[in-house]
Each structure stands twice: as structure tokens, then as C-alpha cells.
Design a protein. Structure first.
Length: 264
């Protein structure tokens, strides 16, 4: 059994060239072209302009690996990127609200902030009307963070905050009692002296494992607790990860939880 892979740039361009004039990449294919963090997607997703007489938003499967949306689109929402017509960065994120879950929408938004401003996404979301996912987008936009460095890291943070836990600091330095720099965890709660790390496949090499072990020793010597999670913890076991962090906060800084309502 073979695993489906995302279309290459040439495949996206080829599919687009075979479609009627005015068709452009949108949704997950646009997100792929912009470099957003999204789940694996092996189809080509496009939008064809609709007239005032046509449906404002319908989705049909035209043929294998091609998903076509049809809607009235503002001219400013279609730009050229890498030589192909595609929805603008801000519009692409809004469209994702209709096809992604909240955790992945937040992760995609975090990655969008590498090129867009939070003000832009906030304004676009506030003006969003009668589109799929509008409520989800309004919920997600206030939770975005430009300091996130990976999709799994974003999903863990989203899981914590959506469950009612305090928002952790994102990729910010921590210091010992003398003000000396210790480390820069992926996420941390200063009041609880709790650092949260995501270790993906890049941490599997002997050299990286040795470096991680040395850093862990330094952080723990400063009386910080470090919890390290891996890919399943950020995806299939995210609920368990959230419960785990809640338990740590309950033991190390219960006063933090007094100001929040945990939704298990």
C-alpha cells in the first residue's frame, strides 16, 4: 500500500493549466503554496469564479484529486505567487477555517504570521460573513502566536488554551534565580517553573539526543520541571497531553488554575 503525497509544484501548475480561465488555487492547495502548516493533503483544490446568478459557494469533486469550489471572489483576494494565481495569504487562512479543525487552523495561522500581520488576519476575520468556518476563524484568530516554530508545537499550545488552561509563553527564555539565561523552551509557565518541549524526528540523532540531555540537566538543576512530548502527543494523544499538563500545573502552581476553568 502506497502513501498518498501532496502534489508537487509542477503538478499544481499542470492541473491549473488544464482548467478554465480565471481558476485559481485556493484552500489547502493555496496553503501549500504559501508554506502554511497544514495536515497532509493529496488533492488539488481550486476555486472558479461564480456569477451573481450562480451559487455563492458550492463544492464539487470534478475528478480524482481535484476539488473545485465556486464562489464570487473579490479581485484583491487573488494574487500571483510563485507564478501561479492563488488566493491571498489572508484569504487562504480564512478559507481554511471551512476545511480544518480548530487546532490545525491555529497552527496554520501561526505559520501565516511569518508573512502576514495579526492585525490583518483579525480585520479580515471580523469582516468575514456567511462563509463556512466563520465562527471557527473568529475563535482561532485571538489564539494565534507568531513565535511558534512548528505545527506540533502550535497544536499542543492550542490544545492547552482551548481546554481552558493558561496560555504558556512561546519560545521565550527562562532564567535562574540569579538572572542567568538557562534555556528557551518551546512553551513554558514561569509561575509553575514548568517547561514543555516538543521533540520531533530531528531530535533522534545521537548528537541531538546528547545536546537535549545536557540542556535537560541544566534546566532541572535550576528547579524547573521539563515535560517532553513527541509527535503522537501533539496529534492522536493531544487530549492526554492536556490532562498531563493540567496535573502538573495543579501540583506546581494551583493559583494559576484558579483564574481559569479547565474543560476536560
Amino acid at each position: 500500500m502506497t502513501t498518498a503525497t501532496a502534489p508537487t509544484f509542477d503538478e499544481l501548475a499542470s492541473e491549473l493549466a488544464s482548467m478554465p480561465n480565471g481558476t485559481f488555487l485556493s484552500h489547502r492547495s493555496a496553503a501549500q503554496l504559501w508554506g502554511f502548516w497544514i495536515p497532509q493533503f493529496d488533492a488539488v483544490e481550486v476555486t472558479c469564479p461564480a456569477t451573481e446568478r450562480g451559487s455563492r459557494y458550492t463544492t464539487v469533486v470534478q475528478r480524482r484529486r481535484v476539488i473545485t469550489h465556486r464562489r464570487i471572489t473579490e479581485l484583491a483576494d487573488v494574487v500571483e505567487h510563485l507564478g501561479l494565481p492563488v488566493t491571498s495569504l489572508g484569504r487562504t487562512w480564512l478559507d481554511l477555517a471551512g476545511v480544518l479543525g480548530i487546532h490545525d487552523l491555529i497552527a496554520a495561522g501561526d505559520s501565516a504570521l511569518r508573512a502576514a500581520s495579526i492585525d490583518e488576519l483579525t480585520e479580515r476575520t471580523a469582516a468575514m460573513r456567511r462563509l463556512r468556518g466563520s465562527l471557527r476563524a473568529r475563535r482561532a484568530v485571538s489564539l494565534l502566536d507568531a513565535d511558534s516554530r512548528s505545527r506540533p508545537e502550535s497544536r499542543i499550545r492550542a490544545g492547552l488554551v482551548l481546554a481552558g488552561l493558561p496560555k504558556p509563553a512561546v519560545n521565550k527564555a527562562i532564567y535562574d534565580e540569579y538572572g542567568q539565561w538557562i534555556a528557551e523552551p518551546d512553551l513554558h509557565y514561569k509561575e509553575a517553573m514548568l517547561a514543555i518541549e516538543y521533540n520531533g524526528i530531528v531530535h533522534a540523532t545521537p548528537e541531538r539526543r546528547h545536546k537535549d540531555a545536557r540542556r535537560l540537566l541544566v534546566v532541572e538543576r535550576a528547579d524547573w520541571t521539563v515535560r517532553t512530548y513527541t509527535t503522537p502527543d501533539a496529534f492522536s494523544r493531544l487530549d492526554e497531553t492536556v490532562v498531563d499538563v493540567h496535573g502538573l500545573l495543579l501540583r506546581r502552581a494551583p493559583q494559576l488554575l484558579a483564574r481559569h476553568h479547565f474543560r476536560r
